[in-house]
Design a protein around this ligand. Structure first.
Ligand SMILES: [Zn+2]
Length: 290
């Protein structure tokens, strides 16, 4: 049977602002509403950053906590993934929300250039983030901006330094990092297969490349990421009206390639995650007690 495609929606990020697209959700309330629509449209993973009220990036654990609680309530079963990316904070503040025990967190295991700066991921910080994820049972999603990141992630996983099943995302189209290159994309897949057979992978394309990477990934049996973090447009002249609209576009690409879209339960099984989030279990228990 064809493996169902897990759709991840990256709802906010740390760069896109309301001036770029008014649909970018900034406050926790906006994020919850936008994620719920995306969940109903078929997304199984929500990749989340939080923002200050002035739209600047934040790493405030209190905000992450409120978001997690609300998403568990409004999107039952959805996989909640927090970003530990470097644009939202520096040093250990990037992992300050991991004790909240989201299902997953992003993890970049090496450095590279970004459009205007170095994306710094020194080995000691990477090890600390991985240790925190192990402590709090948070499964990492490896963000591979470069081939070396795939090698490092596999080595860390084999050494028992990463909890859970290995899950690697190829990121293409960030200026000054890996461009959108089909030969490299195919080589990434072959490298994952060779170093860690059977590992699930996904891909994200930035800006106008978002649908290209969706297409390549869905066709090749991988999983797909969409959302306003990576791209604010449906096409050159049309702003995406919502995260849900981008998810629907990805669902359409799945239909074109006869790939079923993974439910949250299927996505949890594929990624080796607990069947329901602890909050949901607690809610169900409370419900039974009532
Ligand atoms: Zn992100």
């Amino acid at each position: 049977m064809t493996t169902p495609c897990i759709i991840c929606v990256a709802i906010t990020g740390s760069v896109a602002k309301k001036a770029d697209n008014p649909a970018v959700p900034i406050t926790v309330a906006e994020q919850v509403e936008s994620t719920q629509e995306a969940f109903e449209a078929g997304a199984a993973i929500a990749h989340c950053h939080v923002r200050n009220d002035d739209e600047s990036p934040s790493s405030d654990p209190e905000k992450f906590g409120r978001l997690l609680e609300e998403l568990r309530k409004h999107c039952p079963g959805m996989i909640i993934q927090f970003s530990t990316g470097g644009r939202s904070g520096s040093g250990k503040s990037r992992g300050g929300m991991l004790p909240l025990k989201p299902d997953m967190a992003s993890l970049t295991v090496g450095s590279n250039n970004f459009p205007t700066r170095v994306y710094e991921n020194p080995p000691d910080l990477v090890d600390w983030l991985a240790d925190e994820m192990t402590t709090y049972n948070v499964t990492p999603e490896i963000e591979a901006f470069d081939l070396s990141h795939i090698h490092t992630a596999v080595a860390m996983h084999k050494a028992g330094k990463l909890p859970g099943k290995l899950y690697i995302q190829f990121v293409m189209g960030v200026k000054n990092a890996m461009p959108v290159d089909f030969d490299v994309f195919e080589y990434y897949i072959r490298t994952v297969e060779r170093l860690a057979p059977g590992t699930e992978w996904c891909a994200a394309g930035i800006g106008r490349h978002q649908s290209t990477l969706n297409e390549w990934s869905i066709r090749a049996g991988g999983h797909a990421r969409t959302g306003l973090e990576d791209n604010v447009r449906l096409d050159k002249s049309t702003l995406a009206p919502s995260n849900a609209a981008l998810v629907k576009r990805t669902v359409g690409i799945c239909e074109d390639h006869a790939r079923p879209v993974a439910t949250c339960a299927q996505a949890r099984e594929i990624l080796g995650l607990r069947a329901v989030s602890p909050g949901t279990e607690l809610d169900q228990m409370n419900h039974r007690l009532m």
